[in-house]
Design a protein around this ligand. Structure first.
Ligand code: SF4
Ligand code: MSK
Length: 656
């Protein structure tokens, strides 16, 4: 941090770019320390207006070709590609990349699972054998008389088809409601293995291949479904079998979880195995002793981003913040090591970490970063890597030279609502089912269910859109389920406590208070969006809310999305039958045929549809209107009117 940098003014006021007070405090400090972050770069780097509308193509050497978003049909690319072809191909490549990320994650979880089951990997065990039995049965494995090892080996072979199957339907299609599956079959989008779908998607977007936007979108749906009901779902299910299915746990979130007198280690990324081993290493007596000898009171393990969200719900490990705070947390000067694995790791972390002499450690062969230290993580000997991370952190603690400033915000909430737990919570041990949820939707106490998920993005005020949207939804009796960075935004805003039921509408509040649950249910990381699909499938199976996912009074949103994974998630929800609204920006030109297909046409074919609004209140309005439309189609809109009248009457009585 030289003098010249110190005098550099931030191009914004911290409070204008984030509602997270801890992040704002660190941005103030960044200005004093002369450090730049993604917020600074977003403020000074204007998004390319042509790229923003997806009106350019660089798929071949005759281009790059730029079309005019103001006059989209006025021009074509050198090869003759129209705006619809160009936008559809760009969108398709985002879906393919997002699907590849989740599927690659799922495949490594399956590799780990196989290694554990075969006894080649000894540091992990099968923690949830009840889940193992349930998953095996769900894909048609006869578990009668088999040992857990036998059924797990069989399960490995079946689930591997999720990725490698050349022809025919992937195993978890068995979980899709019959009528939804009928729609998929009719439109030829039932997925084969993710590898096949991604390969075909990429091939079809090459110059001179698929140049009919409807046909490209059909393959987008097939590819995205191989993620939601395939790649991601396997990652979630195997994670639960290996590390335990989450159940509600009280947790602490925000930068105040860092401790000045402890060795602070942050794990950031997506795969739970690194984090699970870190839990062992930070409790290793020799390392704890070493930390104490270095003058620390102990070792404080903290999560960030999505692997943090998984550890939060499985072990109650504190969480320091979401994607947009990963550079800012280093500015505290209190982080003695940040270890990362895969996905959503900003390259900008390297320079911020260097400013505070914090070791930034990459651990996965798929994600090295120039300037970071690499310590390879091998599941066959995981502690070799995680012990070394702890040793590096202790050494940094011992040599801390820069002042430490830890924001004091620390929010407590309850998270860990797997779809299995929602069933148990509402139905109790003996009649565990989704019937009470469906009943409360049918009688109108709960208007509908919304999944609010996804990233944060420095192009919009951090957390603001998530929090405003969720507040508006629960106020209107919509139960909210959450994953990923969105869940952390709401946890920081204090909305994941049972007490926050006071912010809900009268019907939802009554249900929450009866059961003792928050109106906002945190369920895990971004691959755990598959839990929301499972909850939707259970709601259909339970009955009374239509025959397909498209009939349900549900909606989804990613209000501050930024990653291609989010686009893949959005599209698998749309293809599954869910109205899904994105904020920030959407790579499309309004008024084009491609826009019409995504935002209206797919719904007419029996799928869900896309929506867009950058404004949280408008977004809530759109989602609630959709939920009401579905209630009307189901003939349960009258029940809600009656219930609301009853509640209003009751309130009037209370006032009197
Ligand atoms: Fe231009 Fe067509 Fe090549 Fe794309 S594929 S860069 S539109 S010539
Ligand atoms: S980490 S994909 S920023 S949710 Fe899953 Fe957060 Fe989005 Fe990454």
């Amino acid at each position: 941090m030289d003098k010249e940098k110190k005098e550099k003014k931030a191009p914004f006021q911290p409070k204008d770019v984030t509602t997270c007070e801890a992040t704002a405090q660190m941005l103030e400090k960044a200005a004093r320390d002369g450090v730049t972050t993604a917020f600074h770069r977003a403020a000074t780097m204007k998004a390319c207006p042509i790229g923003k509308d997806s009106a350019c193509c660089k798929h071949c050497g005759m281009g790059p070709c730029r079309l005019n978003s103001k006059d989209p049909y006025g021009k074509v690319g050198v090869c003759g590609a129209t705006i619809d072809t160009i936008m559809a191909r760009n969108f398709a490549r985002m879906v393919a990349t997002g699907t590849a990320c989740h599927s690659d994650h799922g495949m490594s979880m399956l590799d780990l699972f196989r290694g554990v089951v075969k006894g080649e990997i000894k540091d992990y065990t099968l923690k949830d054998t009840l889940k193992l039995e349930a998953v095996a049965e769900s894909v048609g494995i006869d578990i009668e008389g088999k040992t857990h090892q036998e059924m797990a080996l069989e399960l490995c072979d079946v689930l591997e088809r999720t990725y490698t199957q050349v022809e025919g339907e992937i195993p978890f299609v068995s979980r899709v409601p019959e009528k939804t599956l009928e729609t998929w079959r009719k439109h030829g989008v039932v997925p084969r293995g993710a590898m096949r779908e991604i390969m075909e998607m990429l091939a079809r977007t090459h110059i001179g291949m698929d140049q009919e936007y409807n046909n490209i979108v059909q393959q987008c749906s097939r590819t995205a479904l191989s993620d939601g009901w395939g790649g991601s779902m396997v990652a979630t299910e195997i994670g639960d079998i290996l590390f335990g299915t989450p159940s509600p746990i009280s947790i602490e979130v925000n930068m105040g979880v860092l401790k000045e007198d402890h060795v602070n280690i942050i794990i950031h990324g997506h795969e739970p195995n690194l984090f699970e081993s870190m839990c062992e290493s930070v409790n290793e007596p020799t390392l704890v002793e070493a930390a104490k000898k270095a003058g620390a009171k102990g070792i404080n393990l903290v999560g960030m981003c999505c692997s943090g969200a998984e550890m939060l719900v499985r072990h109650g490990i504190p969480h320091a913040g979401n994607f947009s705070s990963t550079e800012e947390v280093l500015i505290t000067g209190a982080v003695d090591a940040m270890a990362v694995d895969i996905q959503c790791i900003k390259q900008g972390l390297v320079s911020v970490a260097a400013c505070y002499q914090t070791p930034l450690i990459t651990t996965d062969r798929r994600c090295h970063i120039e300037g970071a230290v690499h310590v390879h993580f091998d599941e066959r000997n995981p502690k070799e890597c995680t012990d070394e991370i702890v040793i590096k952190a202790i050494s940094r603690f011992q040599n801390r030279k820069l002042p430490v400033e830890i924001p004091q915000q620390r929010n407590i909430g309850v998270h860990g609502f797997s779809h299995e737990y929602i069933q148990y919570m509402l139905g109790g041990t003996f009649r565990s089912s989704y019937t009470p949820l469906n009943d409360n939707i049918i009688n109108g106490r709960i208007r509908g269910v919304a999944g609010v998920v996804g990233c944060t993005n420095p192009r919009v005020k951090q957390d603001f859109v998530h929090v405003e949207l969720v507040k508006e939804l629960i106020k209107n009796d919509v139960l909210v389920v959450q994953t990923g960075c969105s869940q952390i935004a709401l946890a920081k805003a204090g909305l994941t406590t049972p007490e926050s039921a006071v912010l809900a509408g009268p019907g939802l509040r009554e249900v929450c208070e009866t059961v003792g649950m928050p109106p906002v249910l945190g369920i895990g990381s971004c691959v755990d969006n598959s839990r929301i699909l499972m909850a939707c499938a259970e709601m259909v199976k339970t009955g009374g809310l239509g025959d397909s996912i498209a009939d349900l009074p549900v909606a989804g949103a990613a209000p501050e999305w930024m990653s291609e994974k989010a686009i893949a998630i959005g599209h698998y929800f749309v293809a599954s039958g869910v109205f899904t609204v994105f904020g920030v920006t959407f790579p499309i030109i309004e008024g084009t045929k491609f826009h019409q297909l995504l935002f209206e046409g797919l719904e007419a074919q029996g799928f869900g549809k896309w929506g867009f609004s950058a404004d949280p209140h408008e977004m809530a309005k759109m989602m609630i209107a959709h939920i009401d439309k579905k209630r009307k189609a189901l003939g349960i809109d009258k029940a809600r009117e009656r219930i609301l009248m009853d509640m209003a009457d009751r309130q009037k009585l209370e006032v009197a």
